[in-house]
Design a protein around this ligand. Sequence first.
Ligand code: 13P
Length: 287
Amino acid sequence: MPVVPLTDIVGPAARERYGVPAVNVLNDLTLEGVLAGAVEARSPLIVQTSVKTVKSIGSEVLFAMWTAMTRGIEVPVTLHLDHCPDRAVITECLERGWNSVLFDAHSLSLDENQRQTVEVVAEARRTGAHVEGEIEGIGVEDGVGSEAVGPDGRLAVERQVEFVRATGIDVFAPAIGNAHGQYASAPTLESDKVSAIVEATGVPVALHGGTGLSTEQFHDLIARGCAKVNISTGLKERYMRSSLDFLRGAEAESRWDPPSLFTAVQADVVAFTRNLCETFGSAGRAA
Ligand code: 13P
């Protein structure tokens, strides 16, 4: 099973109502670990890179790692650029071979976001790539009311549906009370919005801020059409805690052997990814 377009992964997931982990990797170890976890779980996988990771490793090295590590892989995988407001980085990754990008223009006015998202979709199509779109925060952040904004200060579902249709995006990331990082308290999610958007557009929804949501919340949102489930903070924490545990042991024994640190951390990344696949229902779907 080769590297495939994003829609080859989220399409079946949306139809059959399972979620595919979209995990942000940080380096070679985490990339290798999440791929191995998906292979063990016989699951499709979306690998995400933040703009920060693209800039720190460099798109050329990062893409070379991706190509080498996915050669001959037995499950469908795809490479996605997470939250990117910078058109130059979008172009760089598309030209390099990323399969999809999240053009994050939520800080622009809604009309300008829509206009530029149309351009990004056209640009992506030229390389056979796909686009996730986002308008979250609009209506709340600018503090200016409009007929598109409801009494709760949130953008009406109708306007979100219009954005999805007008831009031709392949995946949509709505704000539904979710947030990146650990939640200070259990979030109340506007899951009805997911159902309404998916029913009206047929476009799968990306669930952002996956770290800290409950299994029940995942299952409910996935059943409503969240086919792409984003996880970043959870993997970062697992990586750091796993390293810390190992290093404490190394210090106690005065045994300083970096390869055994890498092996231990990677085993945890593999287990972490396998667990996500099982929780979201994607395990066994690539069998
Ligand atoms: P978390 O960091 O909360 O897991 O969210 C990840 C995410 O949505 C990346 O876009």
